[in-house]
Design a protein around this ligand. Sequence first.
Ligand SMILES: NC(=O)c1ccc[n+]([C@@H]2O[C@H](COP(=O)([O-])OP(=O)(O)OC[C@H]3O[C@@H](n4cnc5c(N)ncnc54)[C@H](O)[C@@H]3O)[C@@H](O)[C@H]2O)c1
Length: 349
Amino acid sequence: MPVRFGIVGCGKITQRLALPQLKTCADAEITALVDVNRSLAEQVAETAGVAPTRIWTDWKRMLREAEVDAVAVNVPNVLHAEVAVAALAAKKHVIVEKPIATTLADADAMIQAAKTNSCALMVEQTQRFDSVHEVAHDILQRGELGPVTHLRGRIGHAGPQYWSGSGQSWFTDARQSGGGVLMDVGIHLVDLLRWLSGKQVTRIFCSSVTRQKTLTVEDNASALLEWSDGTRGSFDVSWTTQPYEVATQWYGEQGILRTAIGISPHVMIQRSQRDGDPNQPLGDPVCPPISSTSRTGGAYPAFISSIIHHTPPPVSGEDGRAALEIILAAYESARTNAWVTLPLLGAKR
Ligand SMILES: NC(=O)c1ccc[n+]([C@@H]2O[C@H](COP(=O)([O-])OP(=O)(O)OC[C@H]3O[C@@H](n4cnc5c(N)ncnc54)[C@H](O)[C@@H]3O)[C@@H](O)[C@H]2O)c1
């Protein structure tokens, strides 16, 4: 029997990611679509082949009335926790868009609700399902570069208006989004760096700026990171970069690994000479083959597989919480112009 999905929020991420991925899953069926904008839900239902009788404008009613096993939480960030906790309390598995929530208290409530109700909670951290990052993960986990001592990451795009297709959107209203570029794409980047490195951040220093004067949230930020094993690193995030780019660099004691998506997607490894001068490269750079699709098919197929096989989802609530904690620490650092130590305590949470 297929996993029956209720999707809350029929906006861009549902149209561009959830529906295309669910379409490829023989093990999934969409049995409910919810949006406060009924005409949008109707358009999406028609495209997805969902009957008009399966549309709701109130997610609480949907949870009471629809036959669903799993709920996708694809609404503005500040609503994630309320919808997810209610869905988990109704014994539905939950896949929630990034960021898991906008406060650690909300993230904790979601994680607890999943445990109490024995349901899966997965955070949809898209970057982990890109083939470039899957290949890099394999190489780094095998320790092919020797111990990594420095790492860097960057995500830049032209701003949420180009995603939303409108000048103003909830992405730039901190009451709905929880913040600007740090909360939007910084959360992708810190999750990616945590996952690829297998390490934890212990301290952060962040500087942010609002370059577009029409905005009230930051649109560019840079941070220095200290990791649990002494690794040092940094990240940059931007809403004023064109074209779109996601790039990471990994500096090991035996070589360098670079990843890029957006501009000519690749993983590149350059090893150093072992017997001669280690400043000299060992042969030419190696670029392992990159598939055009994720080996899992993406976040939704991976989530469905975890439900069917009763295995933990590949991005846990704790993973989402850890990424959120780093971003909240970045905001605290930018506000106080000081290093911030993790875990966060008290008011910073
Ligand atoms: N993984 C990624 O790469 C990625 C990319 C973009 C957005 N996102 C995330 O996806 C989520 C949604 O973003 P989006 O780009 O689809 O935004 P969007 O504005 O396009 O869609 C949000 C939808 O939620 C609906 N909505 C708002 N309040 C609601 C409520 N109370 N009940 C039901 N529907 C409600 C809106 O009417 C809208 O249609 C956000 O959390 C965002 O951070 C993730």
